[in-house]
Every structure is written in C-alpha cells, then in structure tokens.
Design a protein around this ligand. Structure first.
Ligand SMILES: *Cc1c(COP(=O)(O)O)cnc(C)c1O
Length: 434
C-alpha cells in the first residue's frame, strides 16, 4: 500500500492540480541525456526528408514537406471559459493545432513519423539506396519501395501512434504490424487496415500491447520496433515542436520572457509527446516557460510516478484505479521509463481531468471557434480553464511574481483531424444529451 496525501487524492478520482515540489530554477544541463544539438539534428533530418514527404503526401507540398501546425489565438474560447466554465483567464489563450497536423492528424505526426524516417535513413544508407547529400525523394521510387517491403515496422498503440507509424511506414513501402490495446477505437483500426496494415488486437491494456509487439518484433531480424516506453527518437521528434513554436510566437509578436511567461498545457499519456515538447521548450525559453501536463482522473500515470518517485515502477492499478477513460490517447497505466525522471526538476505540475469535462471542452471549442479536437486533446483545456481559479494554481502564479494578464496560455491540442464525421457527431451529442 502506497501512502501519501497525493495518492489519496488520486484515489478519490477528483480533478486537482499537483504542483511539482522538485521543480528547480532552470539550468542548461537539467537534461543530462539530451541537448539542443540533438533537437537540431532531428530538425535537420526532417528537412532532409521534406522533399520525400512532399512527394509521397501531396497535401504537404504547400509547406514544402514540412509537417507543422498553426498557433491560433482563440479569444472566443477564452470568453466562453470565463463566462460559462467559471474560469478567470486574464492573458491571451492560444491553441497549438497539432490536431490538424498533416498525415496523422495528431501530435504523433511529430514523434512517430520522425522515428520511422530516422530508421529509414539508416537503412537506406546501409543498403546504399541513397548517399549523403542526395535528394531523398528518390526513396519514393517503385524499386526502393520493393526493397523496403522486405522489412517490417511494428508498434504497440492505443490508436494514434499506430496510425502515424502505420501510415508513414505503409507509404514508404514497409510491412507494418500495429499491436492495438483494448482502448483503441474501431475507426482507427479500420483506417489502418484500409492501408494494408496488419492490426493485431489485444483485450489488455497498452503496456501489454507494447510488450507483445516488442516480443514479436524481436523474433524477426528484419523487423524494427518503435518502442513508446523507451524511445529516444520519438522524444526528439516531439522536441522539434519547440523550435517551430518559438518561430511562430516571434512571427505573431508575442514576447516571452520572465515577466511575460508562457504557460503550456499538454495532454499526457505515456509522457513521450508532452515530455519531448517540454524538453524542447525548456531548452529555448528556460524559466520563462511553465509546462503542465494533463491526465485523466483514471489514468494519471505520470502524476503517480512522479509524486511517488517510483516513475515507471508503479501502475495506476496499484492504487486501485480502473485505467478506463474516454480519452483513448491517454489511456496508459504506466509512464515511460525515462521521461518522468527527466521532468523531475523542470515540470511545473500536472492537472487531472474527468471525462465529462473533456466533452464540455470539445463542444465549447467547436461552437465558439469551429475547431474540432478529439476527447484526449481536450484535456489541454482543463489546464487553461482551471489554473487561475484553483487554490494551487493561484498560489503558483503568485509565486511567479508576474501580473496575470502578462501570461500567454497555450492549450496543446494533440489530435482530431482524422476522426470520421459520424464519430465527431457522436462526441458532440454527448454534450447535447445532457
Ligand atoms: C499520444 C497522445 C497524447 C500523449 O502522448 P504520450 O506520448 O502518450 O504522452 C495526447 N493526446 C493524443 C490525442 C495522443 O494521441
């Protein structure tokens, strides 16, 4: 039995904000395992692949094969939160629209696609399909696709990671096997199968699907496994987002410094996406950025791991939580093996959110801004909506010694674009039925 007041709170399954007691003043070497050069390296690799991406996914041509999302000011949503959801947001509220990222329609278009491209570059150099300095669009030739079809890529997923890996891998020519946990939505499996992906379904949770995938991949020398529990490449792919965000803030004349801080709220599943983004943001903005994760009340695996300092050695089932949530992208019982410890001295805190509120935010964002995002992504709004009026949030802001209207808030919307219309309607109906 694990006892602490935080764990007691988690057991009650009520929303709250956990403030990380171990956060320190930022120092450049807070992340011993990675540096800014690693992010630059990842960004350069994405640039090398841009001509290939533009060729294989024509919808990315207008951005020259660079997959990036808009940063959008959402005043209407801010007003709705302040008038209807008891929020009191004073600064500007933005949405980072990773819900609309090309190809995968979710934040996984960053990490997932990056890792498959990195693997592909290594393999293509080894097989001498390309030489360094070549334009990578030649990898899209029929001959090369045939060669890639002798290799397999596998991944365990609750849905969106599988979609990003499945779509990019199939486009390159690989055989693909996606090991789906019980939480995965039917339409995601259908979409993958329509692209020729072999989807294996498990009745168990995410960690079991990953374990099975890893085992099966190990048996095949020509198979590569994207390991969400341990992957450094996924993490770095996500981290590139920070450099791109910095550019967008500059373009929109948003000043970020210690007196005009950035508060970012990111939905968290296993922790790779929010961890990678946080790592990147901290490298660029240091103490001027305050990063918060948001997790469902039934799967607060990162919060549990960080608060107990047991990290990936504890599962939400160990404290009696069901692990069931409508936020399928966040339905992860145990956090990544390395992200939690990396966040120890830099993360500001973690919010929990209940499923009912996810649908409220989904509805309000759609009606006020005409932006649709999936339930998992809506978790981000529980951060911006509650920071200014919960006790812990108020205290946190007070300690920052900044005026509240100088804070720029970003809700990081992590998915939604590929959700079929009938499923969107069903999500919206959840609100209408109330
Ligand atoms: C994967 C995912 C997340 C969280 O990413 P992790 O790396 O699992 O923490 C958040 N939202 C959506 C929609 C996702 O698909």
């Amino acid at each position: 039995m694990i006892n602490s007041s935080t764990v007691d709170k988690l057991r009650q399954k009520e929303e709250f904000l956990w403030i990380n007691p171990d956060k320190q003043i930022y120092s450049g070497d807070a992340f011993s395992k990675f540096s800014l050069e690693d992010i630059d390296d990842a960004e350069a690799r994405l640039s090398r692949f841009a001509p290939f991406i533009a060729k294989v996914f024509p919808e990315t041509k207008k951005d020259n094969g660079i997959i990036e999302s808009e940063l959008t000011l959402i005043d209407n949503m801010k007003n709705v939160l302040n008038t209807r959801c008891n929020s009191s947001i004073k600064g500007n509220l933005y949405i980072k629209q990773d819900n609309a990222l090309a190809i995968a329609g979710s934040v996984k278009a960053r990490g997932g696609i990056y890792e498959v491209l990195k693997h592909t570059e290594k393999l293509a150099l080894k097989l001498e399909l390309i030489n360094s300095g070549d334009c990578y669009d030649k990898l899209a030739s029929e001959t090369n696709r045939k060669i890639f079809s002798q290799y397999t890529v596998q991944v365990g997923s609750t849905g969106n990671l599988g979609m990003s890996i499945g779509i990019i891998s199939a486009a390159i020519g690989y055989k693909v096997v996606v090991h789906m946990s019980a939480d995965a939505k039917q339409w995601k499996k259908d979409l993958l199968r329509s692209k020729g992906v072999n989807v294996i379904e498990y009745k168990s949770d995410y960690c079991e699907a990953v374990r099975q995938g890893r085992l099966q991949s190990c048996e095949d020398a020509n198979s590569y496994f994207v390991d969400d529990e341990n992957s450094r490449d996924l993490f770095l792919g996500y981290a590139v987002a920070a450099k791109r965000l910095k550019k967008q803030l500059d373009e929109q004349d948003v000043l970020i410094d210690n007196l005009h801080p950035l508060f970012v709220y990111i939905p968290c599943g296993i922790g790779g996406a929010p961890g990678g983004i946080t790592f990147g943001l901290k490298q660029i903005f240091g103490d001027a950025v305050h990063c918060f994760f948001v997790e469902p009340v039934n799967t607060p695996c990162m919060l549990l791991g960080m608060a107990t300092k047991l990290y990936s050695k504890i599962s939400v089932s160990d404290i009696g939580l069901s692990g069931f949530t409508h936020a399928d992208g966040l339905a992860v019982p145990r956090p990544s093996s390395f992200v939690g410890e990396m966040m120890k001295n830099v993360l500001s805190g973690i919010f929990t959110v209940n499923d009912t509120n996810l649908y409220e935010y989904l509805w309000e964002l759609k009606s006020s801004e005409n932006i649709f995002i999936e339930p998992s992504a809506c978790a981000a709004f529980n951060g911006s909506a509650t920071i200014s009026n919960c006790r812990e949030g108020k205290e946190y802001i007070k300690k920052c010694s900044v005026s509240e209207d100088s804070i720029t808030h970003i809700a990081w919307a992590t998915g939604g674009e590929l959700v079929p219309q009938v499923v969107r309607d069903a999500y919206i109906n959840v609100h209408l039925k109330k």
